[in-house]
Design a protein around this ligand. Structure first.
Ligand code: PHE
Length: 370
């Protein structure tokens, strides 16, 4: 092509570039476009290769024309790039200034559980690993299940130990979770392994360590050749698991009509470490686990032959254990509906809330009366 054709081509390329730049808004596309024009194989860049086709005296002028055109194109691209970058930055800045801190947060798992529920879940998981079933029973119970079936006849003085709320329909608010021992024996027969977390009630004067409403976990294991050492081993495993450390146990004789022999398992006070404080009444020990070997009369009432099977039972003070674990000195806090008493899932050792047990009692939810 002669010089005038070349100038025309250059002019067309530059006009194209101008049109294209005006409509391009993407910064990356612009960079690619620049290469497509001025690069070695680009529409303008490739003209350089044709310089040698011109007579020697014209080559200098041709080269200069092409190079000047290249520079103009590069300057135009750079200018447009600067414009786009400025627009982009302005847009980002305006988006940042419209950030509204009052908008609701992105949904994520949140919430807390009642300390009693937290410990209940831990115990359920520990016992499930040992092959126990989690059972539930009613809070409003037959007098027979709460007392007679547990070897406490109507005139028995042991009834005084568990003064309760009598309902107009003749039923009682259960004083312990032990009636579910009887219910489970009838339901499953022997051999049997159940735990029963649940809410219990007693006609009590309320103070820092007594409530009319509290939680227990009943444990019952019936099989051939079950004896006291099984019970103590179980207690040690359970308490160490919940407290997340080795605990010291002390075993004393205890009396409950539905066990023979009956024992009281105490744990070294986790608040003072055993040196003596108000919580442990300066003794260094906390009564945590009344227990014993299931009385033959109770097995018989549950349809189980005491000649063939033996079993142990315990009635863990769940509320008391939760107080120990989380360091509450006053039991009333747990029923006061004070949100500050709730346990963050993180304090339970992980961000996930443990799954609710199917069939577990519904009484230990996060409500303020539990
Ligand atoms: N039910 C008894 C109470 O509440 C505790 C207990 C349970 C004792 C099982 C022995 C065996 O006091």
């Amino acid at each position: 092509m002669d010089i005038s054709e070349l100038n025309q081509t250059i002019g067309e390329i530059e006009a194209d570039v101008a049109a294209k730049l005006a409509v391009t808004t993407a910064i990356d596309a612009l960079r690619g476009y620049e290469t497509a024009i001025v690069g070695k194989k680009g529409s303008l860049g490739s003209l350089i290769a044709s310089i040698k086709d011109y007579p020697p005296d014209q080559r200098g002028g041709v080269g200069q024309a092409i190079n000047e055109a290249k520079q103009r194109v590069q300057a135009k691209v750079a200018e447009r790039l600067g414009q786009l970058q400025a627009e982009h930055a302005a847009k980002e800045a305006s988006q940042a200034s419209t950030f509204d801190p009052t908008l609701p947060a992105t949904p994520r798992p949140m919430g807390s559980v009642h300390p009693v529920t937290a410990v209940q879940w831990e115990i359920e998981r520990a016992f499930e690993r040992l092959g126990f079933t989690v059972e539930a029973g009613p809070e409003m119970e037959e007098e027979y299940n709460n007392f007679e079936a547990l070897n406490i006849p109507p005139t028995h003085p042991a009834r005084d130990m568990q003064d309760t709320f009598w309902l107009k329909n003749g039923m009682v608010l259960r004083t312990h979770t032990s009636p579910v021992q009887h219910r489970s024996m009838l339901k499953f027969g022997a051999p049997l392994r159940v735990i029963v977390p649940g809410r219990c009630f007693r006609y009590e004067t309320i103070d820092a360590s007594h409530e009319n409403t509290f939680h227990q976990v009943e444990g019952l294991m019936i099989d051939r050749d079950i004896s006291i050492p099984n019970l103590i081993a179980m207690a040690r495993t359970l308490l160490a698991e919940v407290m997340q450390r080795e605990v010291e146990l002390r075993v004393r004789p205890g009396y409950f009509p539905f066990v023979e022999p009956g024992i009281e398992i105490d744990m070294n006070c986790q608040i003072c470490g055993g040196s003596g404080c108000a919580t442990c009444k300066r003794s260094g020990w906390i009564e945590i686990l009344p227990a014993g070997m299931v009385h033959p009369n109770v097995l018989r009432a549950g349809g189980i032959d005491p000649e063939e099977y033996t079993g142990f039972a315990f009635g863990l003070g769940l509320t008391r254990l939760a107080m120990m674990k989380f360091g509450f000195r006053d039991i009333r806090v747990l029923n006061a509906g004070d949100l500050r008493a709730l346990v963050s899932p993180r304090r339970l050792g992980g961000p996930t809330i443990p799954r609710r047990q199917e069939g577990a009692t519904s009484t230990a939810s996060c409500d303020s009366t539990s």
